[in-house]
Design a protein around this ligand. Structure first.
Ligand code: SF4
Length: 703
């Protein structure tokens, strides 16, 4: 048995996996992993059914007039390196880009980021994590001075009140949800509040469900902050000692008006709002967890800060059982953030727009040409490709023609792009259909490295299967292209060496004259031997010295801003970017289903997982269906200003009048195009660049 980590959600459960002589893979939960303590959800438990080679990309391929042809690695790597070198020489470094993924391991992410930002000299490397948690990153940086989740999963068990905002944790973070369930069984006095426009499976646990109007979260939390102030429920001494900006935040929050005004803006019963506010005010041990329902909004960063403001105002942060908590969607969204895998970040939590920090990283990397300004964020990147300013893109471990908003625009962009390179584990995807070069990558069970989960816990993903065909690790492919382009600094021969450099950079930058205390520091994991790295046990960062164990941060009231104080961020409630009208009267919300993962390239292989919800669907209220002339069980077309998709109408019972829900998983390579990304509007949060997946005006038509 190999101890490894689940490749799906940000809970990051430990898995024990083994391949039998007949090739069959068995998996079980890893009782020693602190995130999951032996538990797996149904997706994790079915991992053994998803590792077969059917449909795998097993050879590099180049497109010619005859279509895609298998070629030797040398030819494919030459094509990528020559293409990137020529376009950079002719048009400058910003004419090329990488679009990567929270599925990459930290070591893959590290070399991809180093390649672009330190050697190509452009920050045009963004990630599909932009689509799910960049609002949380922006909120953390504004409030704390650094992208940090202060708490740990144990806080959900120690809390007397768990508030879940925009989170269907029962389906999307199942083993963590089960920890809350068990904690509540052990301590029935513990309360759970769910804030979500939909009545989801998570609401089964709720003492109070607030089905707020889509997009109105800032009103609710601004109202809470103002109400806490009027009730004398702020921790004034703590605020005075450790924060700045409460006055401005209260001014902004006051614009939410009275509790009745808030209830009206959120379309809630005032008694429910009051019940939530009173519960929050009297419960010191409160965890407020948030995820896509908060982040995927044109005001996502403000929603995050409106939540954090309430925790700062009450001093409820960094201590057992309390704090704001960002639940990440992907297995390594956090690891990607740590190595700077977003277009507006550097490495090791340093800032691209800080000349001293840029110089520090450049010196550490001995890099010839550093990016000197933020690059293009995901949505802007695909618009730049369509406009022709970005002429080559290398996509790794993601399928943007299904997952991006306004996905038909992304398809137009790739169709026009001079050079589209895709590294993937499967051959046949919407995105790969437009690739000029396909590079076969290793998948889960074959690749080796680390991931970081939502509670800052670094865990090993370990290989227990042989590399299939000619597939290779992503880090090695990037290094080969970099060396072909004449770049030094990519002589890595193992993920262990990459992790070591990453760990050394994290501590080196703290000692490099920086005036700001950076908490991301894993210098205590530098210098491990290869076998130490192989045996690395799950560990939460920071690890400044070997043996450090840090469950929570900010408990000492010191934050990462230069003056050590947290910042209140004034948040002004604003409406979503696009509102329903006579032509598009309904609001589309999107999300995951319990048993599928992203574009189903893995979970779609398991018949067991398909049993739960076997096909795409549009969940809507029966009265709205009647008005639209569609019936449950029939196919219907969902249309917006940006595109259309087809799925079967369903009345799940959790949808309010005026809203519809469609899952994100299904692709355009089915009999009917069920890509909900094609329907989603491309509006983004101006602070974080995160798209507004949760609010697109649509209409439903009979198919
Ligand atoms: Fe754990 Fe998430 Fe994997 Fe389920 S999908 S086993 S909750 S990491």
């Amino acid at each position: 048995m190999i101890r490894t980590t689940c490749p799906y959600c940000g809970v990051g459960c430990g898995v024990r996996a083994e391949a039998g002589d007949d090739g069959a893979v068995t998996v079980a939960g890893d009782a020693l992993h602190p995130a999951s303590r032996g538990r797996l959800c149904v997706k994790g438990a079915a991992l053994g059914e998803t590792v077969g080679l059917e449909g795998r990309l097993l050879s590099p391929m180049l497109r010619s007039e005859a279509g895609l042809q298998a070629v030797p690695w040398e030819a494919a790597l030459d094509k990528v390196a020559e293409g990137f070198r020529r376009i950079v020489a002719e048009h400058g470094p910003d004419a090329v880009a990488l679009y990567v993924s929270g599925q990459l391991l930290t070591e893959d992410y590290y070399v991809a980021n180093k390649f672009m930002k330190g050697y190509i000299g452009s920050a045009n490397i963004d990630t599909n994590s932009r689509l799910c948690m960049s609002a949380a990153v922006a909120g953390h940086k504004r409030a704390f001075g650094e992208d940090i989740v202060p708490g740990c999963y144990e806080d959900f068990e120690l809390a007397d009140l768990v508030v879940l905002v925009g989170s269907n944790a029962a389906w999307c973070h199942p083993t963590l949800y089960q920890r809350i369930v068990r904690a509540r069984e052990a301590r029935p006095q513990m309360k759970v509040v769910v804030i979500d426009p939909r009545r989801t499976a998570t609401c089964d646990l709720a003492d109070l469900h607030l089905p707020l109007k889509p997009g109105s979260d800032v009103w609710l939390f601004n109202g809470l902050l103002a109400w806490l102030a009027t009730q004398g429920a702020l921790d004034s001494a703590w605020v005075e000692a450790h924060t700045a900006g409460l006055g401005e935040a209260l001014d902004a929050a006051g614009q939410a008006g009275s509790l009745l005004d808030v209830a009206k803006a959120c379309r809630l019963d005032p008694q429910q709002v009051l019940a939530f506010y009173e519960l929050f005010a009297r419960t010191e041990k409160t965890v407020t967890a948030f995820t896509m329902g908060v982040n995927q909004s044109s005001s996502g960063a403000d929603k995050v800060n409106a939540i954090i403001n309430c925790h700062l105002a009450t001093g409820r942060i960094g201590r057992p059982g309390m704090g704001p908590f960002s639940l990440t969607g992907q297995p390594n969204a956090m690891g990607g953030r740590e190595v700077g895998g977003l277009a507006n970040m550097l490495a090791a939590h340093m800032e691209l727009d800080d000349p001293a920090q840029r110089a520090a990283v450049q010196a550490f990397w001995d890099a010839p040409r550093m990016a000197h300004q933020p690059g293009l964020k995901a949505v802007d990147l695909f618009h730049a490709i369509e406009a022709g300013t970005v002429k080559a893109v290398w996509i790794m471990a993601t399928n943007p023609l299904v997952s991006l908003p306004e996905a038909d625009q992304a398809r137009r962009a790739l169709a026009k792009c001079e050079l589209v390179v895709v590294s993937d584990i499967v051959q046949d995807t919407d995105t790969n259909a437009l690739a000029h070069v396909l590079l076969p990558a290793l998948g889960w069970g074959e690749k080796d490295g680390t991931v970081t989960n939502s509670e800052r816990c670094i865990s090993r993903q370990r290989a227990f299967l042989p590399a299939p065909g000619q597939a290779r690790p992503d880090w090695e492919i990037v290094c080969d292209v970099a060396r072909r382009m004449g770049f030094n600094g990519f002589d890595f021969t193992s993920p262990h060496q990459i992790f070591d450099e990453h760990a050394r950079l994290s501590s080196w930058q703290n000692g490099a004259g920086s005036q700001r205390r950076r908490l991301f520091d894993i210098g205590g994991l530098a210098g491990m031997t290869h076998s130490d790295y192989d045996a690395l046990e799950p560990v939460q960062w920071p690890v400044c010295r070997p043996g450090d164990r840090t469950r929570r941060l900010f408990g000492d009231g010191r934050f990462s801003h230069p003056d050590g104080r947290a910042r209140f961020v004034p948040t002004r409630a604003r409406l979503p970017a696009h509102l329903p009208d006579d032509e598009f009267p309904l609001v589309l919300n999107t999300g995951r289903v319990r048993d599928q993962w992203h574009t189903m390239t893995r979970t779609g292989r398991s018949p067991r997982l398909a049993e739960h919800l076997p096909e795409p669907y549009i969940d809507m209220h029966p009265q709205d269906a009647l008005l639209c002339g569609v019936k449950e069980g029939e196919l219907a077309r969902l249309r917006s200003n940006w595109g259309a998709g087809v799925a079967r109408v369903r009345h799940g019972g959790g949808i309010a009048r005026g809203s519809v829900f469609m899952p994100i998983h299904w692709s355009g390579r089915t009999a009917s195009d069920a890509r909900v990304g094609a329907v989603v509007n491309p509006a983004v949060d101006p602070v974080s660049g995160e798209p507004e997946f949760k609010h697109t005006p649509v209409r439903i038509e009979p198919f």
